[in-house]
Design a binder for this molecule. Structure first.
Ligand SMILES: Nc1nc2c(ncn2[C@@H]2O[C@H](COP(=O)(O)OP(=O)(O)OP(=O)(O)O)[C@@H](O)[C@H]2O)c(=O)[nH]1
Ligand SMILES: [Mg+2]
Length: 306
């Protein structure tokens, strides 16, 4: 099932962001360090390019991501024009303190009280934008919570005569082009729960973990991975943790096991995990898209004509 989630308030958020874009100097795009490209909103890219605004790419939640992969992503983004990339944890004041100087580099002409540096914080839901705002301002000005779509409207704070920050509601986009991006977003809790089936998301996550982080899976749950596929991993979690449906003859409660796996990934309990790397991204984009096979009149399997 392809995942799509674009609730109504995000259409308004997009319009407001387009208006504010005209009045700011630099976009601070908060990305999830574990899936930065899957979580790069094409609408933000479009709005930013329309106004030709430079971008500070902040790879947040670096404490949860694989350090080696994060380094590869920073190099990847720093090769882009009008972009500076940095990895932080928005909860750490020391990390956030680096940002003003980096943003200033992208707009060197905005450097006094007459021309304060104006920054708009943008990104997908639940990525840590409001947390970043609060740490930057050093007080709780924005509500935060481990739920997508906590912030519903823009908030502007004049941090000093020389620096203005605008927090914005998290935005997804109307059509997620690659199914695996939707699954990565959902696994990382950027998509509302009503739009996904947790079991499917957990099986997708288990597939990545089996392939790239089998050691972390084994260390956390203590079962052998021999011969297991992604669904088998979820079943093994259910057995290990006693997730059994009551009165159903010992049937496994895979929904409950899914939440255990997802929560362990989201909280970092499983370890530091990145869902994509520049190399896996490139391979995904280069792979031919699957086309449905149909029977031709001759009885041979053929792909449909373009
Ligand atoms: N581990 C970790 N958690 C973080 C970090 N930054 C934010 N969080 C957590 O991520 C969750 C979402 O944070 P918010 O600041 O509300 O995210 P947001 O981007 O404003 O979300 P919306 O307003 O819904 O778009 C909260 O539970 C934060 O505590 C970080 O660097 N590391
Ligand atoms: Mg917020």
């Amino acid at each position: 099932m392809a995942i799509q989630w674009f609730p109504g308030h995000m259409t308004t958020a997009r319009k407001k962001a387009a208006e504010t874009m005209a009045q700011i100097d630099v976009v601070v795009e908060v990305l999830d360090a574990r899936l930065p490209e899957a979580g790069s909103n094409p609408m933000i890219h479009e709005l930013r390019h329309f106004r030709q605004r430079p971008c500070l790419k902040v790879l947040n939640k670096v404490d949860l991501a694989d350090p080696e992969t994060t380094r590869a992503w920073i190099d990847y983004y720093n090769r882009q024009p009008d972009v500076i990339a940095v990895a932080i944890s928005a909860k750490k004041p020391g990390d956030v303190a680096k940002l003003a100087a980096l943003a200033q580099k992208l707009a060197p002409h905005r450097n006094d009280a007459f021309k304060p540096l104006r920054l708009m914080i943008m990104g997908i839901p639940n990525v840590g934008k409001s947390t970043l705002m609060n740490t930057w301002v050093k007080r709780r000005v924005a509500a935060v919570g481990d739920e997508p779509a906590v912030t519903k409207s823009q908030q502007r704070i004049n941090l000093s005569p020389r620096l203005i920050l605008v927090d914005t509601p998290g935005m997804t986009w109307p059509k997620i082009e690659h199914d695996s991006d939707g699954f990565m977003l959902a696994a990382s809790h950027a998509i509302g729960r009503n739009a996904v089936i947790d079991e499917e998301i957990a099986i997708f996550l288990a597939g990545i973990l089996l392939e790239r982080y089998p050691g972390l899976l084994k260390a956390r749950y203590g079962f052998s991975l021999d011969g297991l596929d992604a669904t088998g991993v979820l079943e093994a979690v259910a057995k290990k943790r006693g997730c059994i449906l009551k009165g159903r003859g010992g049937e496994l409660d895979l929904e409950k096991a899914a939440m255990i796996l997802l929560t362990d990934y989201r909280s970092g309990t499983l370890g530091r995990i990145s869902l994509e790397t520049p190399a896996t991204r490139q391979a995904m984009l280069a792979a031919p898209t699957e086309r449905p096979i149909r029977k031709s009149d001759s009885g041979q399997d053929t792909a449909p004509e373009q």
